[in-house]
Design a protein around this ligand. Structure first.
Ligand code: UGA
Ligand code: MN
Length: 314
């Protein structure tokens, strides 16, 4: 049995190569087949996976929330970087937020920009100086008004949806209020602690309805509320192209809210558990006197020469 085969092998050399090429072709075919099956299976899996993922509800932190625009007036003084640092790290806990830091100045300050960069909250740093006529007055000044109006202009030019909030740089904010104000349809309000001798400024709610306002100073205002106690929807702001804050000390909030007319009391949304909670405070930082100049002959070659450059002097 072996011999004839061996003979055949010997005699028919071309038979060998035929066999070999047949084997190679068969091998090639099966590799192709396996590859095709592999690619097809992978494709099917990918399609199924995509379909499965598309049907998965997004995790809470993936849901795209309406944007928040936080307008913060600020001005040059020894406490400035400390205030911005404290507020900035509060805002860092809030997603989809743009921090509009607007300084009452003619030009930006690199120290402020550096502080904002270090904090890492998305921001725009703009300037809006207080008009000279108000700067010179001996009476109360309209603090932060040109800054806030600049913020409104920015939103009119750059925002279409979401909510705006005026957050002074020295106040205290519980991050829960940001998640609540995010869904404001027109205007929302809530209590602010540490305002006037009443200790709190708040809408008064009786049987779920806004009845009036509690504040140590009413002053003939229609809306006796603090700057930290309300938020406005950007869409609503677009519907009120004339709305702005007046340069009228004590009447900034009232003037701005009045300029949003028509606005029905029933349309004002009451946050912070229908105004039963305090989530914002009108804290005030002690004023520090300007830093003394550094004695360079004595300390010029020490670290003090570096940190001296980080001090905000009026
Ligand atoms: C109170 C209210 O809470 C403010 O909302 C209101 O703007 C202010 O009074 C006012 O009507 O004058 P108060 O703590 O007395 O706030 O004022 P500041 O905190 O000194 O200033 C309010 C905001 O304006 C701050 O963010 C501050 O940085 C800024 N500001 C102050 C300026 O931009 N320029 C200034 O010359 C002073
Ligand atoms: Mn303040």
């Amino acid at each position: 049995m072996l011999l004839p085969q061996a003979k055949e092998v010997k005699l028919n050399g071309s038979g060998v190569s035929n066999n070999n090429s047949n084997n190679k072709m068969a091998l090639g075919k099966s590799i192709k087949m396996y590859l095709t099956i592999f690619v097809a299976t992978t494709c099917v899996y990918m399609v199924l996976y995509q379909y499965h993922m598309s049907r998965q509800p997004l995790a809470t932190n993936e849901v795209i929330k309406p944007p928040l625009y936080i307008i913060t007036p600020t001005y040059r003084r020894p406490e400035q970087l400390a205030e911005l640092t404290r507020l900035g790290y509060t805002l860092k806990h809030v997603v989809n937020l743009l921090w509009l830091v607007i300084e009452d100045a003619n030009r930006t300050n690199p120290l402020v920009a550096h502080t904002l960069d270090r904090i890492g909250v998305p921001y725009e740093y703009l300037v809006a100086p207080m008009p000279e006529q108000y700067k010179l007055t001996k009476r109360a000044k309209p603090r932060g008004v040109s800054n806030r109006n600049r913020g409104l202009d920015y939103l009119r030019a750059n925002a279409t949806e979401g909510v705006l909030y005026f957050a002074d740089d020295d106040n205290t904010y519980d991050i829960n209020i940001f998640e609540q104000m995010r869904y404001t349809k027109k205007v929302s309000m809530w209590p602010v602690g540490l305002v006037t001798k009443t200790g709190v400024s708040s809408p008064i709610i009786r049987e779920g309805k806004l009845e009036g306002y509690y504040d140590g100073w009413i002053g003939g205002r229609k809306y006796p509320v603090d700057m930290a106690g309300f938020a406005v929807s950007v869409k609503f702001l677009h519907e009120r192209p004339q709305a702005k804050m007046p340069f009228k000390p004590g009447y900034e909030e009232d003037g701005f809210l009045r300029s949003l007319a028509p606005l029905d009391n029933a349309e004002i949304e009451l946050l912070a558990d229908e105004c039963r909670e305090i989530l914002t405070w009108h804290t005030q930082t002690k004023k520090n006197s300007p830093a003394l100049p550094l004695n360079m002959t004595r300390y010029g070659h020490t670290n003090l020469a570096f940190i001296e450059k980080l001090l905000v002097r009026p």
